[in-house]
Write a protein that binds this ligand. Structure first.
Ligand code: GDP
Ligand code: IMO
Ligand code: MG
Length: 422
């Protein structure tokens, strides 16, 4: 069975933890969009791993981990991640496959990401990794792909054109000195040499796996409301996070996806700028952030925190056709007296039960809350769904009703064993 796993909020839902667990019973784990803006945490025993580009299934032996064509690759970051794993005794040599068609993040993408942010009046709060500019070049048809890096002649032609155009823009618009062709050319050829052993036609590889009835897990990065089409634009990332991204980003037919799992936190977080209707006030945000250790796995930035937003989750579930839901970080709500869930928005006296596309509505929407009693018990050691405190079961059952979906996994801690399967 092939499963797609999608974040249903603004990222950091705990996808890495759930992917790690599900990987045990899969043969292939595939990233299909995003880049090293992602930070997926997996905790095994006392050791914490954070993955940015390498699929979170890599900790299991003999799994093929694929970076699909829809991912943008920053070679230095990839090589650092490979070294970091090697230091923990994990070798990727046999198991990592990188699509030849991935677009490559170049130094000018990273710098442009930061320069554009510094000039914008409405800052996005990007991770500064060059993700947006790299995808922009892909769409503009001037991007450089992994396969281009592997051919020095083609790489030279493409880099020459890019440097010529970029240097003019950087100098004239951003008052930046620009880039040296020679420096980037030799640096990236050296990266290409190191990466070449992993490069493959991953779409064909996955199609062959499908023919052999292998089990594939597609690991989403970011979250539905960071999707370039359906997210809170322009405060989004530059790829398709929702399930449609799987087919384009991995080169498989939608018919190959048998199950779609959505991951949500028992509350909501967001890093970076943009509307967030259920955001806590500062005092309570600090409290939950500390309890939930809500700091970005990629940039270390403090995450904004708020109540569970059923309007968002419902919409995300419909957009990706989610069939089963994993709720994470329930333990973070353990000792609260009262818990609130947003069931609709209110703006100018009108009730919105569906996600509003009008930015003015979204920006000014006031949440309509339903109140729940807390459970005042520690849940981290609980192994069975039915053994959860009564008020926690009430809470989860109400969420199921509000999002019209079945909760199949409840996570009550960051470790593998702190997971309840229903
Ligand atoms: P991802 O980007 O969706 O993979 O999520 P991140 O790794 O960025 O952020 C999730 C954070 O929550 C990580 O630090 C995880 O170790 C942690 N985490 C995951 N599930 C749970 C849980 O059920 N309870 C607690 N307390 N922490 C969790
Ligand atoms: P994972 O996979 C949370 C956010 C950034 C910013 C916006 C655009 O760990 O869930 P970008 O650098 O992509 O152009 O930034 O998207 N963002 C994330 N927020 N989790 C992520 O990934 C994110 N990846 C990007 O903070 O608001
Ligand atoms: Mg993350």
């Amino acid at each position: 069975m092939n499963t797609a796993l999608i974040g249903l909020q603004w990222g950091d839902e705990g996808k890495g933890k759930i992917v790690d667990i599900l990987s045990e019973n899969c043969d292939y784990i595939v990233r299909y969009q995003g880049g090293n803006n992602a930070g997926h945490t997996v905790v095994v025993g006392d050791k914490e791993f954070i993955f940015h580009l390498i699929p979170s299934g890599i900790l299991h032996k003999n799994k093929v981990c694929v970076i699909g064509n829809g991912v943008v690759i920053e070679p230095e970051s990839l090589l650092e991640e490979i070294d970091y794993l090697a230091k923990s005794g994990i070798s990727v040599n046999k198991n990592l496959k990188i699509s030849a068609l991935c677009h490559v993040i170049m130094p000018y993408h990273r710098i442009l990401d930061k320069l554009r942010e510094s000039k914008r009046s409405n800052k996005i709060g990007t991770t500064g990794r060059g993700i947006g500019p790299c995808y922009a070049d892909k769409i503009s048809r001037c991007g450089i792909r992994v396969v281009d890096l592997l051919n020095p002649r083609i790489f030279k032609e493409k880099l020459k054109d890019n440097i010529a155009e970029k240097n003019e823009i950087f100098q004239k618009v951003y008052n930046h000195p620009g880039f040296s062709f020679d420096e980037i050319y030799s640096k990236y050829l050296a990266y290409a040499k190191k990466i070449s052993v992993f490069v493959a036609d991953t779409a064909t590889l996955l199609q062959q796996a499908l023919k052999k009835n292998k089990c594939i897990l597609f690991e989403g990065a970011q979250g539905t409301f960071l999707d370039i089409d359906f997210g809170t634009y322009p405060y989004v990332t530059s790829s398709n996070v929702t399930v449609g991204g799987v087919c384009n980003g991995a080169g498989i037919t939608p018919k190959a996806i048998d199950m779609i799992i959505g991951v949500v936190k028992a509350y909501t977080t967001r890093v970076g700028e943009g509307p967030f209707p259920t955001e806590f006030d500062k005092g309570f945000c600090d409290f939950i952030r500390k309890k939930g250790k809500e700091f970005g796995a990629t940039t270390g930035r403090p995450r904004r925190c708020g109540w569970f937003d059923a309007v968002l989750a419902r919409h995300a579930i419909n957009l990706s056709g989610v069939e089963e839901v994993a709720v994470t970080k329930l333990d973070v709500l353990d000792n609260l007296k009262e818990i609130f869930v947003c069931t609709a928005y209110k703006y100018k006296g009108k009730i919105f039960k569906y996600f509003p596309y009008d930015f003015e509505v979204l920006r000014n929407a006031k949440p309509v809350y339903r109140k729940f009693s807390g459970w005042n018990k520690t849940t981290s050691k609980i192994k069975k769904f039915g053994a959860l405190p009564k008020n926690a079961l009430n809470y989860l059952s109400a969420l199921e009703g509000l999002i019209s979906s079945r909760i199949k996994i409840v996570s009550v801690g960051s470790k593998r064993e702190e997971t309840i399967f229903r």
